[in-house]
Write a protein that binds this ligand. Structure first.
Ligand SMILES: *[C@@H]1O[C@H](CO)[C@@H](O)[C@H](O)[C@H]1NC(C)=O
Ligand SMILES: *[C@@H]1O[C@H](CO)[C@@H](O)[C@H](O)[C@H]1NC(C)=O
Ligand SMILES: *[C@@H]1O[C@H](CO)[C@@H](O)[C@H](O)[C@H]1NC(C)=O
Length: 402
């Protein structure tokens, strides 16, 4: 009997476990978000065509799936490429009814513990936001009725009884009155969380040039985001610009975004995910292998680093081994970039080396403050500097945070 009781406890415990150990975690530096819904690899049929959502949710390497996209907001409509074939039209609405997505969202959340977001915008979004702050607030309440835990029977709910875990903003052109829109969604999510206990998250996907042209007003300390998925692709500041082994990056600007997180973001604990293309054709600046590993190790040395975002699912699944590579890059230690510029009156000596601490010896993770030792031969103390200082070698015997 007691054995049965134990078994019962374990079963009920396991039933709840995915909710706490998969999905977005604000304390994790290895979240993986992969966009689904645009079938960007472009296959109409076969195993590399975009499959139904639940197929991908079984993948334990993925934590967050933003559904792309809600393409219009004022008169809401969505586009999920070939997944739309499994939806049916609803008269009087531009939204479809998607029972398979309703089922899959629930499966992804309860069986696999994924965070399922609805991404708003995309490259084809042309509404330009809202004509007024009031219009923005009304639109947010309507979107919440449609995708949140509404009991209103007067809206078309594409996902039926399923409730998403939050919203992602992916605006790529100029938008007006987005701050009141975002803040209304945020306050509706907060109110719902406090009555139901369900956590919601709000994310945005700015492009890497800082400040982001489209999402800039929201990111200027006006909206509290849980995470941002910075698109480090299609731009000069993308991962392809990372200079391996250098503590000073000229174009690749993760440091700028880390500084944004700490000094401007309304939520100082916001996580920054390194947004990358999932395959050569997914975006300009595709990187993989040891180069990507080096970028991830470098980004991981910033405390705001929250993991990796990938565009998009169909590209990742057509790129064998890529996701495994990302998983292993994320489990590797952060790099201690020891970039040195030793200048004397007669010589300028540049030594740069990226030392990735092997897994055999545990890394001393205590943070070192300014002007204190962070490295050198035989050093066993902390090797990571308190932000924004950089561990700089003065000699092979002594490195200091400056
Ligand atoms: C559409 O539904 C079919 C039949 O259930 C399923 O096999 C397919 O994966 C679905 N496609 C998408 C893109 O959701
Ligand atoms: C449902 O929504 C429509 C359009 O917004 C509105 O005209 C109608 O009064 C609403 N019906 C109910 C029962 O709330
Ligand atoms: C880590 O380094 C700090 C000083 O930087 C030191 O006080 C601490 O003992 C070290 N911890 C280990 C496990 O070596």
């Amino acid at each position: 009997m007691s054995f049965h009781l134990k078994g019962l406890c374990l079963t009920s415990l396991l039933a709840f476990m995915p909710l706490t150990y998969a999905g977005f975690s604000s304390s994790s530096s290895s979240n993986v978000a992969v966009y689904w819904g645009q079938n960007s690899y472009g296959q109409g049929t076969g195993s590399l065509a975009q499959q139904r959502l639940s197929y991908y949710c079984a993948n334990t390497a993925i934590d967050i799936i933003p559904l792309a996209f809600l393409t219009t907001i004022v008169d809401p409509s969505a586009n999920f490429a070939n997944a739309g074939d499994n939806c049916t039209a609803v008269s009087g609405s531009n939204l479809f009814s998607c029972p398979q997505l309703e089922e899959d969202i629930a499966t992804c959340q309860t069986t696999y513990g994924k965070s399922i977001l609805l991404s708003v915008g995309g490259a084809t979004y042309t509404e330009g936001g809202f004509t007024s702050s009031d219009a923005a607030v009304a639109a947010a309440s309507n979107i919440w009725d449609i995708f949140g835990p509404s009991t209103s029977s007067n809206v078309t709910r594409p996902f039926g009884t399923s409730v998403i875990d939050g919203f992602d903003f992916d605006f790529e052109s100029s938008v007006q009155n987005m701050v009141p829109f975002a803040n209304q969604l945020r306050s509706l999510m907060t109110a719902s969380s406090s009555s139901t206990g369900k956590q919601y998250i709000l994310t945005a996907a700015p492009q890497c040039p800082y400040p982001d042209a489209a999402d800039g007003s929201m990111l200027a300390g006006a909206v509290s985001f849980d995470a941002i998925f910075v698109q480090f692709y299609n731009n000069y500041c993308g991962v392809q610009s990372y200079t391996v082994g250098s503590s000073t990056q000229n174009n690749f600007n993760f440091a700028t975004w880390d500084n944004w997180a700490k000094t401007i973001s309304l939520n100082p604990d916001v996580k920054i995910l390194l947004g990358i293309p999932g395959n050569t054709g997914a975006g300009a600046g595709y990187e993989s292998g040891t180069t990507l590993a080096a970028v991830v190790a470098y980004a991981k040395s910033f405390s705001s680093f929250g993991g990796v975002m990938i565009w998009d699912m169909s590209q990742v699944y057509s790129n064998t081994g890529f996701l495994d590579g990302v998983t292993s890059d994320l489990s590797a230690p952060a790099s201690t970039t020891v970039g040195t510029t030793l200048t004397t009156s007669t010589t300028k000596l540049m030594t740069t080396a990226t030392t990735t601490t092997g897994s055999a010896t545990p890394t001393n993770t205590s943070l070192v403050s300014e002007w204190n030792q962070c490295g050198g031969q035989g050093w066993t103390g902390g090797t990571q500097c308190v932000v924004p200082y950089v561990c700089t070698a003065q000699s092979i015997w002594y490195s200091m945070c400056e």
